[in-house]
Design a protein around this ligand. Sequence first.
Ligand SMILES: NC(=O)c1ccc[n+]([C@@H]2O[C@H](COP(=O)([O-])OP(=O)(O)OC[C@H]3O[C@@H](n4cnc5c(N)ncnc54)[C@H](OP(=O)(O)O)[C@@H]3O)[C@@H](O)[C@H]2O)c1
Length: 211
Amino acid sequence: MNIAFLGYGQVGAPLADHLARAGHNVTLGAAEPFSDRALKALRRNAELKAAPPREAILGADVVFLATPFAANEALLMAVATELVGKVLVDCTNPVGPGLNHGLNSARSGTEMIQTLLPATKVVKAFTIYGFENLENSAYPGYNVKPAMLFCGADAAAKQRVARLIGDLGWEPVDTGGIEQALPLEHMTLLWIRMVRLGGQSPHVVWAALRR
Ligand SMILES: NC(=O)c1ccc[n+]([C@@H]2O[C@H](COP(=O)([O-])OP(=O)(O)OC[C@H]3O[C@@H](n4cnc5c(N)ncnc54)[C@H](OP(=O)(O)O)[C@@H]3O)[C@@H](O)[C@H]2O)c1
């Protein structure tokens, strides 16, 4: 798939790197392609390319959003036209003071983005764990893969994202429509509080066991 990244820090850079290693054509949407951040991400993998954000989005089937939540509205509005019809993977989390929900649990960040971009197919994924697990999704010794929970309104968009989740070594777990984004954001807060506040190891993920 042709994939573009908006944001290539702790979350975006490892995802971009691993998706390129899995054979996808990955372009960083970089307003400043020679910034330290862009060069650091590009140095991870010679297959990664950089292009101005609009160009990167236009050439992509799937666009990853991995930016600070507070920056989303302005940066997405600037590329709203280019995002029409695209699948947008929302990797962002609205985290507020005291590690509470940044939108006071009134609605999810993903629904806010979907409202801003009604002609874009928004799928929430890669949000429920810390970046350490995006760097390395391997949990050797188990006969199940770690679960990556995702949700969104568009079934075809979710299928595409599920394939990418699988390519990155996770078991894709479709939790339902975009209204599931708020519970997923609370799940993120659970993980963050356990690990960042509670001192537990970041190398902890959930698995889906079925019978
Ligand atoms: N860190 C985690 O463990 C984790 C895990 C899951 C999800 N998340 C979520 O993922 C998102 C990214 O987190 P992160 O830890 O990867 O952050 P980060 O390391 O600070 O990277 C943020 C990226 O967004 C870019 N950016 C910042 N402001 C921007 C703007 N106004 N317009 C365009 N690009 C902008 C930054 O580039 P410049 O510095 O060049 O502007 C950088 O590439 C957040 O919403 C976070 O809640 C984080």
